[in-house]
Write a protein that binds this ligand. Structure first.
Ligand code: COA
Length: 285
């Protein structure tokens, strides 16, 4: 199993799940340049780690993240434009570019504070589950800046405009239940059930064909910004890509299990991974 050692990030791999946490608990996981470099590297490596099927992004010490580090990311870098550029590029890359296009499903697990710049990785992940008593806040308005980098955009894209305007303009905190109501996250659960709920979601995702899941999540995330002709074209191309890359040959396996063996109903459950008849495979070669 690969070794991951970082100053400001932690990786634990268990039963196919890569648990990746921001690790500056004393500072409520406020994001320093080093934290961005570490998270960026860890995500890149987890994406190709064969022991990992799903990545969970969370925070150490009972908090998700208090947003950008106001000292180390902002004030200290004001007179160092070179380092500022480098840190901002890493920050945007892992929180959005990598997560948006990630080959494996990603889940944000939120407890404690999730503030400001942390909304990027919250919404960069494919799924998000929070503790009911988590505290979300777009605090920027309270200290004279905009929700910057891509925060304003990803929030405006994720929830209805009324909710985006309300919380961005007032900066008022809201809890996990409210985050669910406005569509910012998938669900909120009692804090003591959070890890089990996230594990259960990861296990259900791991029962799907990785290639089909990858194409499906990319399709859902990317069609939003396409017009109808582009979407037809893109989805047809993705369909072809699944056929080329799907080791489980899900389409033929599913048809066989439903039509011939009558062993499952796709409305309720996935086809059984790894049950493709070996002679079918051999016949194809
Ligand atoms: N940047 C830099 N340091 C931060 C920070 C941030 N965003 N958020 C917290 N910290 C530091 C505090 O300065 C404090 O450091 P210290 O122990 O050296 O004094 C430590 O983390 C603990 O924070 P504290 O405020 O004592 O904890 P709390 O639990 O009472 O409150 C928050 C937590 C997150 C509500 C509060 O720290 C806060 O409002 N932080 C700013 C969040 C923000 O606006 N982020 C937007 C950035 S885009």
């Amino acid at each position: 199993m690969a070794e991951y050692k970082y100053e400001c990030a932690k990786v634990r791999i268990r039963d196919g799940i890569g648990w990746l946490t921001m690790n500056r608990p004393d500072k409520r996981n406020a994001m320093s340049p080093q934290l961005h470099y570490d998270m960026d590297d860890a995500l890149a490596r987890l994406e190709v780690d064969e022991d990992v099927r799903v990545v969970v992004v969370g925070g150490e010490g009972g908090n998700f993240s208090a947003g950008q580090d106001l000292q180390k990311f902002f004030r200290d870098l004001e007179r160092n434009p070179g380092e500022r550029k480098k840190a901002a590029a890493a920050a945007n890359r892992w929180r959005w570019d990598r997560l948006l296009n990630y080959d494996k499903p990603t889940i944000a697990m939120i407890q404690g504070f999730c503030v400001g710049g942390a909304f990027m990785q919250l919404l960069g992940c494919d799924f998000a589950i929070a503790a009911e008593d988590a505290t979300f806040s777009l605090s920027e308005v309270n200290w004279g800046i905009l929700p910057g980098a891509l925060v304003s955009k990803v929030v405006a894209d994720a929830v209805l405009p009324r909710h985006a305007l309300y919380y961005a303009c007032l900066g008022e905190p809201f809890d996990g239940k409210e985050a669910t109501r406005i569509g910012m996250i998938n669900s909120a659960v009692p804090a003591d059930k959070l890890e089990d709920t996230v594990t259960d979601l990861a296990e259900r995702l791991m029962k799907k064909s990785p290639a089909v899941l990858r194409a499906t999540k990319h399709a859902i995330r990317h069609v939003r910004t396409m017009d109808v002709p582009q979407a037809y074209d893109y989805l047809a191309a993705k369909g072809q890509a699944i056929k080329a890359g799907d080791k489980e040959d899900s389409y033929n396996t599913g048809l066989r299990q439903f039509l011939d063996e009558k062993s499952y109903k796709p409305t309720y459950e996935p086809f059984k991974l790894g049950t493709l008849l070996t002679d079918q495979r051999t016949a194809k070669k």
